[in-house]
Design a protein around this ligand. Structure first.
Ligand SMILES: Nc1ncnc2c1ncn2[C@@H]1O[C@H](COP(=O)(O)OP(=O)(O)OP(=O)(O)O)[C@@H](O)[C@H]1O
Length: 263
């Protein structure tokens, strides 16, 4: 369980972000604590990736305050990146490298020596039964194999906060169980996991807290039980549909299919 007596590791205050004339984040306020697994969910285009990229220092030009580990990202030369890990949604970069080359490169950026990085990376690859391909180029990897490499890359430096964007994407059923358990054990040891996904069944089960964002605003924030009792719905998928005002999926699907069938 997370410990709210500790200092929050993430603080966002009135974070707003504008692209061209349009606000895609309209005032995000949240704190995250050690040991929390936060499911950060919302419709396509709601602003989830933008929020995460701001926290990663990849997007500038926002207003409001963003603090990680008690210090503002706006502070000059604040080197917080060694304490965070990130699994991006799209894994296409660097595939001409072998896993060994890629993982040791990433770990060295985080300050590990080559020898330590190689030893740790090869052992973690073996845990996913990927030892045979450790020295093969990732162009020859399946989607799930690449995803496992990205997970390892995000964890090699033992970060305190993890940002995962669809981390189970492409993983087989056994690997999903392993990764879910890894997340639970990391959280039990006080890591904070900020997790974006569209797979509601998984978010419902693994999150200690769920934040639902729609059109750049937080519209629900609490444990699954809290969200359930507020909305009178049974599953997270139903809560999501209700809170985002979506009911017409059958009609929409019908219209879609009828357009497809037009000669
Ligand atoms: N670089 C950019 N330039 C202009 N608009 C952008 C840019 N990045 C994101 N947007 C817009 O900001 C809005 C929020 O995008 P964002 O990627 O944060 O959504 P998301 O909630 O992560 O969506 P998804 O579930 O589809 O991944 C969208 O309307 C998107 O078109």
């Amino acid at each position: 369980m997370y410990d709210e007596s500790k200092e929050p590791v993430i603080i966002l205050r009135d974070v707003r972000m504008k692209y061209s004339d349009r606000y895609v984040l309209q005032g995000i306020d949240l704190e995250a604590y050690p040991g929390q697994i936060i499911g950060y969910i919302g419709p396509n285009g709601a602003g989830k990736s933008t929020t995460v990229k701001i926290m990663l220092g990849l997007v500038q030009g926002y207003t409001g305050e963003v603090k990680l580990f008690g210090r503002s990202l706006a502070e000059e030369a604040y080197d917080y990146k060694r304490r965070i890990g990130y699994v991006p949604e799209v894994v296409e970069l660097f595939e001409n490298l072998t896993a060994c080359e890629y993982l040791t490169f990433v770990a060295e950026l985080y300050g590990l020596s080559y020898a330590d990085a190689d030893a740790k990376a090869s052992r973690l690859m073996a845990m996913f039964e990927l030892e045979q391909v450790y020295h093969k180029r990732m162009t020859s990897y399946s989607k799930g194999m690449r995803q496992k490499v990205m997970l390892i890359a995000s964890l090699l430096h033992n970060p305190d906060v993890l940002f995962f964007d669809e981390p189970l994407s492409g993983l087989d059923a056994n690997s999903v169980m392993i990764v879910k358990e890894i997340m639970a054990q990391l959280a039990a040891q006080g890591k904070t996991i900020f997790y974006s996904s569209h797979i509601m069944e998984v978010v419902e089960k693994i999150s200690s807290r769920i934040i639902l964002i729609d059109e750049g605003r937080i519209i629900a924030d609490g444990s699954f039980e809290e969200l359930k009792s507020q909305s009178q719905e049974g599953t997270l998928e139903q809560i999501f549909n209700q809170l985002t005002g979506f009911h017409a999926y059958k009609q929409l699907a019908g219209e879609f299919v009828s357009i497809v069938r037009e000669a």
